[in-house]
Design a protein around this ligand. Structure first.
Ligand code: GLY
Length: 389
């Protein structure tokens, strides 16, 4: 009896937090969608050093996130104006189906057209997603067993694979389930297996960039790009790893991916420098902790992944995953992180860090922080509170 009272009080509190976050997300996203309505090649990105709104074309890796936010909010509200915005912003990303010069096709298309197809079953969306998976698959090299992430900095990295790339595999898993070709899922599994072997350290933290020798297929450099140091644990990278392996387990049901996701989760949630409010510093090894910036985007990605992982696990571990995610959602939904309506250039969250060493997008809103925050709210409402959506 006592136990169920505690659970229902906690559920009520979480329900209020989740609903407040979603309501705020709707208000901000409608303002945002209106603000770029007449500029059909633009998508929201961040706020610049001068305090001004920064947009991108579809070419930038974050182009699919705002359409994805709109789809999730349409799913939550059945509000037709959100559907109209979601469709319009999704089409803005369509040219990326032919992108073969970087690995971000999965982020760009799966968050936008992927959510659109899931909710509408529109055959045009399916065609674009399948073309996108084909484009992405051209970046796979069997000798290495991975998709090549970047084409820049070739003098330093012969064949760079970044941990972020785990996120693009969801499009490939989807493509095999929605076509008659197993090629895509086989590439995804190979990429996940090789990354598991070479990106991780004995404590299950991971490097950001591993560059491979294309003749031997062996890793030759283990570096960072956006983290504090080669050997440090860049917070968002740990988030991509956690989310990526949890997703690979969902899509393939192969236990090795679940076991790996659990180890990565343990590294994150038991880390002595994860603050009490559970929003990580931008790097777990940043030199001046506690006087370092937090990264809301890492907090949101980890929250979304932990909610999902808690559903595939049991007992204390599952409860611990959920409890960390709950604290993260509470923190992100507090005034410190959640923007007041009409402020923050209409982004939902404040205080993310894009590229600290490059002095790019530091302590600003980022469209992907918004996406994973909204996704985490949706997952919590649907899977934990079991509220009708
Ligand atoms: N995929 C780039 C980043 O996480 O910043």
């Amino acid at each position: 009896m006592i136990c169920s009272c505690i659970t229902s009080t906690k559920n009520e509190e979480m329900s209020q937090i989740v609903n407040k976050g979603l309501e705020r997300a709707v208000v901000q996203s409608k303002y945002m969608a209106e603000s770029l309505w007449n500029e059909k090649d633009k998508l929201p990105r961040t706020i610049g050093k001068d305090g001004k709104f920064v947009t991108s074309t579809s070419r930038w890796w974050t182009s699919g996130f705002f359409p994805g936010v709109l789809w999730y909010l349409y799913e939550m509200t059945a509000d037709d104006s959100l559907k109209l915005y979601a469709e319009d912003y999704t089409w803005r990303v369509k040219d990326e189906q032919y992108t073969t010069d970087n690995h971000d096709v999965g982020f760009m298309l799966y968050c936008s057209f992927g959510n659109g197809y899931r909710l509408t079953g529109d055959e045009q969306y399916k065609k674009i997603l399948l073309q996108g998976a084909e484009s992405l698959s051209t970046r796979f090299r069997p000798t290495v067993g991975c998709i090549r992430s970047w084409d820049w900095n070739k003098k330093v990295w012969e064949y760079p694979v970044i941990i972020d790339n785990m996120m693009n595999l969801e499009l490939l898993d989807w493509a095999s389930k929605n076509s008659d070709s197993t090629k895509y899922v086989n590439i995804a599994k190979s990429h996940a297996d090789v990354t598991m072997k070479y990106h991780f350290r004995p404590d299950y933290s991971c490097y950001h960039v591993v560059s491979y020798d294309t003749i031997s297929g062996q890793p030759e450099k283990k570096n960072t790009c956006q983290g504090y140091a080669h050997k440090s644990s860049w917070a968002r990278g740990q988030g991509w790893a956690l989310y990526g392996y949890t997703m690979m387990y969902r899509e393939t049901k192969e236990l090795k991916y679940l076991e790996h996701a659990k180890k990565v989760a343990q590294f994150i949630i038991n880390h002595p420098r994860l603050p009490e409010d559970k929003i990580p510093y931008w790097d777990f090894d940043a030199p001046n902790i506690p006087n370092e910036l937090r990264d809301a985007s890492a907090g949101a990605i980890i929250a979304s992944a932990l909610i999902e992982l808690s559903q595939y696990t049991e007992g204390d571990f599952s409860r611990q995953c959920l409890s960390v995610a709950e604290i993260q959602l509470k923190t992100l939904s507090s005034p410190e992180y959640l923007a007041e309506p009409g402020t923050n250039c209409n982004f939902i969250l404040k205080h993310s860090v894009g590229n600290f060493p490059g002095n790019g997008e530091v302590d600003v809103p980022l469209t992907y922080a918004d996406y994973y925050y909204v996704e985490a709210l949706v997952r919590y409402k649907r899977d934990i509170l079991k509220e009708k959506i």
